[in-house]
Design a protein. Structure first.
Length: 497
């Protein structure tokens, strides 16, 4: 175990600073998901609900960088993928509760060459997900939610309403009131559970171009932010390259009492308040892609991709092993230790003149084990195995929206990342500063590293389902160098160099 600690610290370090793909937060990260985008987990969020502190909201986003105008089929969920949300409530690193989502696609008018049509050719505008007003919604998706707990599977929407996924936003002629259509996708099930699924604005934000060019941040913006830029939570100083793109999103809100080990709520000082979570996708182990003929005997499910902490994702692993990592469960993460014998990328920062702590980097172990400060009630025997889980202390109340800080936990906002993750949390800047060593000494290792993208261009939704409506296929725009969208710049134009 003594040898494992610096190794796992390196895992965290690599994931925090990996140039390029890491900060895309699993946007097309491994060979298997580059070829299987519908099973690609882009981001995973888990947090105590802002508008109901008795609940936890989990968001699983899949299928990255969806161009809103890319019809005629757009980007439905994949019927052959089982989307999963997993909870560990016993500090074991295992799967104590699993929520599974399965989708079924129906083509209601096979003669139509497009998935959605409205306001033309005798088709009324699409104003509903089903029934009157849904005539032009030819490509329609429904889904089920199943909870597996103590070996017992329960379909949570059994006997309840039919759950419809919200389609892509084709544009104002086809869908003249898309926000209303978006809201129709909110369903309340028994026991106060709420669910929403569909295409949404991608809440992730980052200057992808600068990051992918070996951390070549824009002049005057990064990698060390000025105090003024660093304190600004409402403006961007560099282009949000994910702005204007959509993602497929599944949002589930459940009472905290359904997730804890004893079915009760607990104060933050009690270890039973802390859960570990991750999102994943699975497929049948044997499958013929695009086949019109189903197998007579369903094959066992095989995991395709997963994400717990956005800092410890698949991109820290050598290319020849990334698929294995994607297909493994967190409980077995120690098998990848050979890739991280030295904190190489922290050393890269050091060569750039950034002070970093000496090895071993035990300060980063809180991300892969149950320990303080996220779990102040956990003792030495509660740390559990090394496992990539996004840990959430459900006893820490949500921070009021107006007081939330984009830098989350390291800025004193204890309800923010890495205590769970909210859409508002700036995981790029948090990652850079964690590998720099801010958890060791915020004065000695406290340079304000960042990319200058401090918020989401389209804004945030501060109530359930916590994602924003999908960008319009007809009217959406993207933010890029030399284009409008950087309101922190004097001209509002994003810098190029």
């Amino acid at each position: 175990m003594k040898k494992m600690k610096p190794i796992i610290a390196m895992v965290v370090s690599l994931s925090m600073l990996a140039p390029a793909d890491l900060f895309a937060s699993s946007h097309r990260e491994a060979p298997v998901t580059a070829l299987d985008h519908t099973a690609d987990v882009t981001d995973w969020y888990a947090f105590v609900s802002y508008d109901n502190p008795n609940n936890v909201t989990m968001i699983l986003n899949v299928d990255p960088l969806l161009e809103p105008a890319n019809g005629p089929n757009y980007f439905p969920f994949d019927d052959s993928v089982v989307y999963q949300m997993t909870v560990d409530n016993s500090q074991s690193g295992g799967a104590d509760i699993v929520f599974q989502f399965r989708f079924t696609t129906t083509i209601r008018d096979p003669q139509l060459p497009v998935g959605f049509i409205g306001g033309i050719a005798g088709f009324p505008p699409i104003t509903a997900l089903s029934g009157p007003g849904s005539d032009g919604l030819s490509l329609s998706q429904t889904y089920t939610v199943t909870m597996i707990k103590n070996g017992v599977s329960t379909v949570l929407n059994s006997g309840g309403p039919t759950l419809y996924a919200v389609p892509s936003n084709a544009g104002p002629l086809t869908m003249p009131n898309y926000p209303a259509l978006f809201a129709q996708g909110i369903y309340t099930l028994d026991d106060g559970i709420r669910v929403w699924a569909g295409t949404a604005d991608d809440p992730f934000y980052i200057d992808l171009g600068a990051t992918f060019d070996s951390l070549n941040f824009r002049s005057g913006v990064g990698p060390i932010l000025t105090p003024t830029v660093d304190a600004d939570q409402t403006h961007n100083y560099a282009p949000d390259a994910v702005g204007g793109f959509n993602v497929n999103s599944i949002v589930l809100e459940v009472p905290i009492s359904m997730l804890t080990v004893d079915g009760q709520t607990h104060p933050a000082t009690d270890k039973r308040a802390v859960i570990g979570t991750y999102g994943s996708t699975t497929r049948p182990g044997i499958q013929v892609r695009r086949s019109a003929f189903l197998l007579d005997t369903p094959a066992p499910l095989q995991q395709v991709n997963r994400e717990g902490n956005s800092l410890i994702n698949e991109l820290i692993i050598g290319t020849g092993y990334k698929d294995r990592f994607s297909e493994s469960i967190p409980l077995n993460d120690s098998q990848f230790a050979d890739f991280v014998l030295q904190p190489t990328l922290a050393g890269v920062l050091s060569t750039l003149g950034v002070p970093v702590p000496p090895n071993p980097r035990n300060d980063l172990l809180l991300l892969v084990q149950y320990q303080a400060p996220i779990c102040p009630g956990c003792g030495a025997g509660d740390a559990g195995p090394i496992a990539d889980l996004l840990r959430l202390n459900t006893g820490i109340p949500p921070t009021p929206v107006a007081m939330q800080k984009r830098l989350g936990f390291i800025a004193g906002d204890n309800a923010g990342y890495p205590n769970g993750r909210r859409p508002v949390d700036d995981v790029v800047d948090i990652s850079l500063r964690a590998v720099e060593g801010i958890l060791v000494n915020s004065t000695k290792y406290g340079l304000a590293l960042g990319d200058g993208v401090n918020t989401k261009t389209e804004g945030f939704n501060n109530s359930f389902p916590y994602v924003m409506p999908a960008n319009s296929g007809r009217d959406s725009v993207h933010t890029g160098p030399g284009q409008a969208g950087c309101t922190g710049q004097p001209s509002g134009i994003c810098p190029v160099k």
